[in-house]
Design a protein around this ligand. Structure first.
Ligand code: GLN
Length: 454
């Protein structure tokens, strides 16, 4: 895999830092343990992985794709990082991402573009485009992403890989640099559903260091994926979400979706259509809640505690140093969201914007609750279109935001979802993803249906 990175990453730009020495040492440690007759630490021991540069690592910089954290090497490992190491999984390096996970194309990285291996003029999705490109180009068989509004599922869809947003609280956020704390969730990325399940098992589970971590057993996702392999979905009720199709969707995406639903039907699933009437307000609610949390979370980048410090030459006040550092350290999308969030939370506007968005969030969660009274899983396309060209939406934030239309409701409600490849679009020959959504703490259903479909 290191050779493949060496050969291909000059063109693809999936990695921000490659940690060859540490990866080789970790792989050798696994070999040595096996040679000494020890039981491997996990079923993935020795299988290498690409880690999104938003998880802290003590042996490599953690930049979150931002100049604000250029060269910053954290003093502690994230819980996810620690669990990977304990499972004997060698970390190949840290992958490129939109700055602080804000974006849908990885074009907001302050360092480099990442190209889609299927067509290098196109985006690999975002914010976790680096992890998805690494998988699709066989640089790594496993990767980790984070999904705040779709950043695992949407890159998976446009690169024909598998990506999972687990139930909120299933995977610890300790050491995951916060974007929007009530939405962020780390998740497994792989080329098959079973691989994703094995990785899910490694990273999920209660962590007392994260106050929102679920203190409940992790559903047996590996057993569910293995069961799915028999392709028998008899008795499984699948709901097609009325609101996540139709106008604005690329014909080839809809054709792929219809064909995917037929496959589920052939494998025994009962298919019904379900309306989730408040999903159409998800985009509006998300783009108030997320910036509000961002404006609060990113206040920690004050030029004193981490990374970049500009103008610290004795001739400027602390306030000036802070302002100059933020002006230089944050990119345009991050600044836009900090300003929107500060406005939405300000006195006099709080009720009108943030408060209203929270009410919509509750209605979206209720739509899911009602839907799951009559079906086991919901399905939709993962994205309205296939991968767009690099630069195509760079000057149009709203067009960029619309790319996440199908993935946002799950983050707002806190339940779980997966994107699994559903073939290539007849329009342009590019990958399309099928999104499968399940109730909170029923992540195993995603794996059973995903593996049965795959
Ligand atoms: N694209 C969405 C955004 O820009 C989601 C990002 C994410 O999931 N981190 O906010």
């Amino acid at each position: 895999h290191l050779d493949q990175i060496e050969r291909t990453d000059g063109d693809l730009g999936a990695f921000l830092h490659v940690t060859s020495t540490q990866a080789i040492a970790a792989a050798q440690a696994v070999d040595a343990a096996i040679a000494a007759g020890e039981k491997p630490a996990s079923s993935l021991a020795g299988v290498p992985l690409a880690l999104k540069d938003v998880f802290t690592t003590t042996d490599a910089p953690t930049t979150c794709g931002s100049k604000m954290l250029e060269g910053w090497v954290p003093p502690y490992d994230a819980t996810v990082t620690r669990r990977l190491r304990e499972a004997g999984i060698p970390i190949l390096g840290k992958t490129n991402m939109d700055e602080f996970a804000m974006g849908s194309s990885t074009e907001n990285s302050a360092y480099q573009l990442t190209r889609n291996p299927w067509d290098t003029d196109r985006i690999p999705g975002g914010s976790g485009g680096g992890s998805a490109a690494a998988l699709a180009s066989f640089q790594a068989p496993l990767a980790i992403g984070t999904d705040t509004g779709g950043s695992v599922r949407q890159p998976a869809a446009v690169t024909a890989t598998v990506g999972v947003k687990p139930t909120y609280g299933a995977v610890s956020r300790y050491g995951l640099v916060a974007c929007a704390s009530s939405l962020d969730q780390g998740g497994p990325c792989a080329r098959t559903v079973l691989d994703a399940a094995l990785l899910h098992e490694v990273i999920a589970g209660h962590d007392p260091r994260d106050s929102t971590s679920l203190n409940a057993p992790v559903p047996d996702v590996v057993a569910a994926a293995r069961r799915g392999v028999d392709q028998d979905l008899a008795g499984v009720r699948v709901g097609i979400v009325t609101e996540l199709q139709g106008d604005g969707y690329q014909p080839g995406v809809l054709a792929s979706f219809t064909a995917a639903v037929e496959v589920l039907r052939e494998r025994g699933a009962e298919i019904v259509e379900v309306s989730c009437p408040h999903f159409e307000y998800a985009l509006g609610a998300y783009y108030l809640i997320l910036p509000s949390e961002v404006s609060s979370n990113l206040a920690r980048f004050d030029a004193m505690r981490y990374g970049l410090r500009v103008g610290d030459d004795g001739s400027h006040s602390a306030d000036e140093v802070m302002a100059m550092t933020r002006a230089q350290g944050f990119g345009p999308e991050v600044k836009r969201r900090i300003m929107i969030g500060t406005y939405a939370l300000s006195s006099g506007y709080y009720e009108k914007y943030y408060g209203q968005a929270l009410k919509v969030r509750t209605l979206i969660a209720q739509d899911f609750t009602t839907a799951f009274e009559s079906v086991d899983v919901l399905v939709s396309p993962t994205t309205p279109t296939t991968a767009f060209e690099i630069g195509e939406k760079a000057d149009d934030p709203l067009a960029m935001y619309l790319f996440d239309l199908c993935t946002l409701p799950v983050n707002l409600a806190g339940n779980c979802a997966m994107s699994v490849p559903s073939g290539l679009s007849v329009d342009d020959g590019l990958p399309v993803g099928l999104q499968i959504m399940a109730p909170a703490q029923a992540d195993d259903r995603l794996y059973r249906v995903g593996a049965a479909y795959e």
